[in-house]
Design a protein around this ligand. Structure first.
Ligand code: PBG
Length: 344
């Protein structure tokens, strides 16, 4: 009941709604909101993807990802030290391969002194306790920009898997902790697991890109690793159709059966339903990749002054947690980690 105070007289008289439950009660103050909060975002949730390039003491901006740079190996070691100091658990490494090292079969992927392998060794010796994740797929190394062997305009599955197993072994040998197959060939998780075990790498984990969609959100990434212009056609015969959800469950079920330790969904924010379904169905550690296009949209709009970039960054990452993700691969990792540290 409104009392007949002078200021209340101008208000319409409120009926007593007779509500037993008022959800706003728990939201009334900061302490209460903190007390009822269901999810938290911490530095432990972050995997930081970085781009590598040849040379020394150099960084090169990625035009379509403002704030992100390609790093030479020595600079990647600096980044790794920064990650460790911030408490970020792991880095994911992606190479920009010199164009003259790319060929039809991606043979540079099997060179144990390639950019990724050199970076693995350098980071491992400088920062021993940082988790190192490597991507298994041929696209940084092929002249046509595809993740597998191309024959008569078709990507060969089984022949590609054979090479991917060797690529995984080369990376494990160089010190990778987690192998992340992003190629979407059928049967590659099982083949890689068998190959790793046979070679004695029983403790090397596999984070499978279980549900990886044929997405336009990878555009800036292809700019970063230099495949944007060379990619012939698209990846729709191996990456998933964005229209499909049940198929993601089948993809993940196979990867779990084949020995995946962790599952990943990619892209992230537009595919939160998939993150949720995979986590609910399999209960494996499940990760989301906030990909290059998602980063570019947020950062681009923030730099234009159209949105509050910092709040959107935190809100989008919290959304992954709410959907059930155990962690997020995000180019925002060092910034989020810095921000979280300053708040605690
Ligand atoms: C390569 C790979 C891609 C990404 C990660 N690994 C691109 C692609 O499949 O074309 C995309 C990551 C991003 O956009 O940030 N197999």
């Amino acid at each position: 009941r409104l009392r007949s105070a002078p200021e209340a007289e101008s208000l319409p008289s409120a009926r007593d709604l007779g509500l037993a439950t008022r959800l706003r009660r728990n939201r009334k103050s900061d302490w209460s909101r903190r007390l009822v909060r269901e999810n938290t975002l911490t530095v432990d949730d972050l995997i930081w993807p970085i781009f590598l390039m040849e040379g020394e003491a150099k960084r090169a901006p990625v035009a379509s990802m403002p704030g992100v740079e390609r790093l030479t190996v020595d600079e990647a070691v600096r980044a790794a030290e920064r990650a460790a100091a911030l408490g970020i658990p792991a880095l994911a490494l992606f190479p920009y391969t010199d164009p003259d090292l790319r060929d039809a079969t991606g043979s540079e992927a099997l060179n144990d002194a390639n950019l990724v392998c050199r970076a693995l060794r350098a980071i491992r010796s400088a920062v021993p306790n940082l988790g190192l994740v490597t991507d298994v797929a041929l696209d940084p190394y092929t002249s046509h920009g595809h993740d597998g062997l191309l024959h008569d305009d078709r990507i060969l599955n089984d022949e590609t898997v054979e090479i991917l197993v060797r690529q995984a072994l080369v990376q494990a040998e160089a010190g990778a902790d987690v192998i992340a197959p992003s190629d979407m060939m059928d049967g590659r998780v099982g083949a890689i697991r068998a190959g790793l075990d046979l070679a004695g790498f029983k403790d090397v984990q596999i984070m499978s890109y279980a549900a990886k969609y044929a997405s336009a959100f990878y555009g800036p990434f292809r700019d970063a690793i230099g495949t944007a212009k060379t990619l012939s056609g698209d990846k729709r015969t191996y990456q998933m159709d964005p229209a499909n959800g049940l198929e993601a469950l089948r993809e993940a079920a196979l990867d779990v059966e084949e020995g995946a330790d962790m599952l990943m969904v990619k892209p992230g924010l537009p595919y939160l339903d998939i993150v949720y379904r995979l986590k609910e169905t399999f209960g494996l550690p499940t990760y989301a990749y906030q990909v290059s296009g998602e980063y570019a949209m947020i950062e681009g709009a923030a730099r234009a002054g159209w949105v509050d970039g910092e709040r959107i960054m935190l809100e989008s990452l919290m959304a992954f947690k709410r959907a059930g993700a155990d962690g997020i691969l995000t180019y925002f990792a060092p910034r989020v980690a810095t921000l979280l540290a300053s708040r605690s």
